[in-house]
Design a binder for this molecule. Structure first.
Ligand code: GLN
Length: 547
């Protein structure tokens, strides 16, 4: 049976609960324990798949095809443990399950209530895979006091009560605001937040206090006293120059020790932090920098491309360079020359996206990169744009486009070089979709195998010809155009194992131009940078030397 750490937040949102959870996971691993991290989100959306990236940031996709919260990305990047469908749940999903059971008559006509039916559903979820790991870390989204979070708080209270003593602990994150005028750190909001928690039956064992200023011993003792937490379990969390310093920083201030103490695990196994020391070294000892443009649509909210930004940072670490990410809004040059907006960057990345807005700009970015021999990485929509660019400007299919945009416009305007995929093979069965299916969950999602052509650039980059990468898309490059495009030099160097779905394209006469139908960024880690990102940044370094 696993031990459970429930992680909650108070005072304000965006305190870095996800990061603290992920760092704690990494520290427990460093001490030889196995971990799994979970996110319980109180919002009513069934999953984040249909939530706007402008509002919610990126959708993180798991191997088993779940569209989840971006915190699962943090978890994977810090622990290397591939997240699963069962690691993320929302109120919407919980209520859907309860209501489906009610419709099926599973509750035998009983009155369905938040307690016990909803809380039971949450508890069942928390426990999935309980026997597989030493520690299960469950983060509750939102902040204590949110109305919609209450069933989750109640569920974890019951859960801890029902387990043997010492099996579950609670870790709470708060903020100590600093009042410059009086030069003081204020502990009152933390006291109130813990009071709120205690009023619903939850006593934190560990308090993590975010603060911009050092927390004096006196204040730490005061927090401990008023919040009923041991002084050594009041953990300061200061701002860091890189999130990847978090495991070392949290270790220094005793987070993992406090957690092990709360479980009374003694003596605590010694940690091996060499992975994180190497990561730290790679961040702080760099030799030069490169400027990479991300030409996208959701450029106002960096979280919309969270994993891409992180994967580029990892690519920088692999090459010991600092990667400066520059956000370029593709829509701006939809109707003008892209060159003034793109000149000077050492590489261009066109990320995934949905809808027609900004796509003409992205096509121009692909053309610019191809013609000027600038390294280009196209991800999902970014690959589709590169293929459309090739079809229009190299293969002479002047009206090449994607069915996605025709669907949106309600009329046919393009030759569909990229078409709506309605049937494909997953493992040993065929998945079928109709054009009118619901928006949620109708995509080719999750891990699929691809076969890389011997001698291709990508085979060289990956160092193998058999890969598995995560997908999230409805549309697909039409194999019908393969011969025509390959004659122009755009090689289809990665295909689905049945040879029907183009997975990777590359320009053979270009120093580094690769488009991938999948999302390699989702599998990159600071201690294991994804080969495509590592090599893309290497190509950017080379191109920086030419400027
Ligand atoms: N909109 C495109 C599709 O559905 C690309 C999706 C993506 O970039 N993730 O195929």
């Amino acid at each position: 049976m696993a031990r459970y750490v429930f992680i909650t937040g108070g005072v304000v949102s965006s305190l870095g609960k996800g990061l603290a959870s992920a760092a704690l996971g990494a520290l427990l691993q460093a001490r030889g324990f196995s971990v799994r991290l979970r996110k319980l989100d109180p919002y009513l959306n069934v999953d984040p798949g249909t939530m706007s990236p402008f509002e919610h940031g990126e959708v993180f996709v798991t191997d088993d095809g779940a569209e989840t919260d971006l915190d699962l990305g943090h978890y994977e990047r810090f622990t290397g443990v591939p997240a699963r469908k069962t690691d993320s749940v929302s109120s919407g999903r919980i209520y859907t399950n309860v209501l489906e059971k009610e419709r099926r008559g599973d509750y035998l006509g009983k009155t369905i209530q938040v307690i016990p039916h909803v809380t039971n559903e949450i508890k069942d979820f928390i426990e999935i895979g309980d026997d597989e790991v030493d520690f299960m870390l469950c983060e509750i989204g939102g902040t204590v006091g949110d109305i919609e979070g209450l069933p989750f708080f109640e569920a974890i209270r019951q859960f801890a009560q029902e387990k043997p003593r010492g099996q579950c602990i609670f870790m709470h994150l708060t903020l100590l605001p600093y009042l410059a005028a009086s030069g003081e750190l204020k502990t009152k909001p933390t006291q109130h937040s813990v009071k709120e928690l205690r009023s619903i039956g939850l006593q934190p064992d560990v308090l993590v206090c975010r603060s911009e200023q050092p927390i004096p011993e006196k204040e730490r003792a005061k927090i401990a006293l008023f919040c009923n937490v041991r002084p050594e379990a009041v953990i300061p969390a200061y701002d860091l120059s890189s999130i990847y310093e978090a495991p070392l920083a949290y270790h220094r201030v005793g987070l993992d020790q406090a957690v092990l103490d709360a479980f009374q695990i003694s003596p605590a196994p010694k940690p091996d932090l060499s992975i994180w020391e190497d990561v730290y070294d790679r961040i702080h000892h760099v030799d030069g920098e490169v400027n990479i443009a991300i030409v996208g649509k959701y450029t106002q909210l960096e979280d919309a491309y969270k994993s891409i930004k992180e994967a580029l940072t990892h690519g920088g670490m692999a090459n010991r360079v600092k990667v400066n990410v520059n956000w370029v809004d593709a829509e701006v040059f939809d109707k003008e020359d892209a060159a003034p907006y793109l000149e000077g960057y050492h590489a261009i990345l066109v990320p995934g996206g949905f809808g027609e807005r900004g796509t003409e700009g992205k096509i121009k970015a692909a053309q610019f990169a191809r013609e000027r021999k600038v390294p280009y990485l196209g991800i999902c929509l970014g690959m589709q744009m590169a293929v459309i660019e090739a079809a229009r400007n190299a293969a002479g299919i002047k009206d090449a486009g994607s069915e996605e945009f025709d669907h949106e416009a309600g009329k046919k305007r393009f030759t569909p070089v990229v078409y709506h995929l309605k049937e494909w093979v997953q493992g040993n069965y065929t998945v079928k979709r109709s054009a009118s299916d619901d928006k949620g969950g109708t995509m080719r999602l999750g891990a699929y195998d691809a076969t890389l052509a011997e001698g291709s650039k990508v085979a060289q980059v990956y160092g193998t010809t058999a890969i598995e990468e995560r997908h999230r898309h409805r549309y697909e490059v039409d194999i019908k155009y393969r011969d025509k495009l390959e004659k122009c030099g755009l090689s289809f160097s990665g295909m689905s194992p049945d040879g029907r779905l183009p997975e990777i394209v590359e320009w053979s006469d270009h120093p580094w131009f690769i488009g991938v139908q999948f999302h390699p960024e989702l599998k990159s880690k600071p201690f294991a940078p994804h080969p495509l990102f590592a090599d893309f940044v290497r190509a950017a370094v080379e191109s920086s030397r030419l400027v």
